[in-house]
Design a protein around this ligand. Structure first.
Ligand code: ADP
Ligand code: MG
Length: 291
């Protein structure tokens, strides 16, 4: 039996340089990173930190200037396996309008699998199942044009799912959406990961979207400066602020309380956990006042 690799993606000492005319700009600097199969990873970083450049290297859209990226063991530089790499790692971008091609939802979702030469009967099944997964089955016959941003982005995700990739890389998929649309996308991604075992790499600048990830990677200036569980990452409020990132409001509140001398645990991240910490701290405060 073939040994199943634990990592779907391996980035090995990768540098990416943009060269136009006489200018050379290094956007990703000797970066290494493994993405474990079935994991949910969030990549954070302020504008210009190299997130999109890295994302495009994860399915061969960008080829490293130096170093190598392996997808399921295949080097993305190998020309003969380029399509295989793109089938294994699907990419979703910021603007849903640029990703929707057809004028009927089901045709749009079918577009990818059609290009892969999948038989029509199977395409029909895949389209129905992909639309159900993103909770858009009722909109099968709709015109994408009339849908909300969040719905359109879910159609774009369905189009990727219908190609049955092993991993989805999403580059700021919620950046153009309202809070409701953002929440729809995040819950769709969490469900895809938990229920279907899809590997998810989500690039975002919204901290709250990282709360439920297995792992959070923080990029700055083309490098990884932190790589840990969300609670650990967000408890280091000062470090995140130093690289121009906002922290979740719960983390910031607890951080401020702690620096004022309250005995709170800054690892609490959800509103419920944070409230628990504050109630506990208030309890001790009241006790000492009474004495
Ligand atoms: P992020 O997605 O984190 O905002 P990018 O990967 O888009 O970062 O960009 C990283 C750096 O590379 C930025 O400083 C950006 O100006 C530069 N860059 C991005 N695309 C190009 C390009 N096509 N040509 C030259 N420089 C680029
Ligand atoms: Mg970007």
């Amino acid at each position: 039996m073939d040994e199943v690799m634990n990592n779907i993606i391996e980035v090995k000492n990768v540098t990416y340089e943009y060269t136009d005319e006489d200018n050379r700009f290094t956007a990703v600097k000797n970066l290494s990173l493994d993405i474990e199969r079935g994991s949910f990873t969030v990549i954070l970083g302020h504008n210009g930190s190299g997130k999109s450049t890295l994302a495009k290297m994860l399915n061969g859209l960008n080829k490293p200037t130096r170093g190598d990226v392996f997808v399921d063991g295949i080097n993305t530089k190998a020309e003969e396996t380029e399509i295989e790499v793109k089938r294994k790692v699907g990419m979703v971008f910021q603007n849903p309008d640029n990703q929707i091609i057809a004028s009927i939802v089901e045709e749009d979702v079918a577009f990818g699998p059609e290009n892969l030469g999948i038989p029509p009967e199977e395409i029909r099944q895949r389209v129905d199942s992909a639309l159900a997964t993103v909770d858009m089955a009722d909109f099968k016959k709709s015109t994408p044009h009339h849908l909300s941003g969040g719905q359109k982005q879910r159609i774009a995700i369905a189009g990727m799912i219908a190609m049955e990739p092993e991993c989805l890389v999403l580059d700021e998929p919620t950046a153009m959406l309202d809070p409701k649309g953002r929440a729809e996308i995040i819950s769709t991604l969490l469900r895809l990961n938990k229920e279907k075992g899809m590997t998810v790499v989500l690039i975002t600048h919204y901290m709250e979207e990282a709360e439920n990830a297995d792992r959070v990677i923080v990029m700055n200036d083309g490098e990884i400066i932190a790589d840990d569980k969300p609670k650990t990452i967000f408890s280091d409020v000062k470090r995140l602020k130093d690289v121009g990132l906002d922290v979740p409001q719960t983390a910031e509140l607890l951080y401020k309380l702690k620096s004022e001398g309250f005995g709170v645990d800054t690892h609490a991240l959800s509103v419920e956990e944070a409230a628990e910490q504050i109630i506990k701290a208030l309890g001790t405060f009241t006790d000492s006042e009474e004495k």
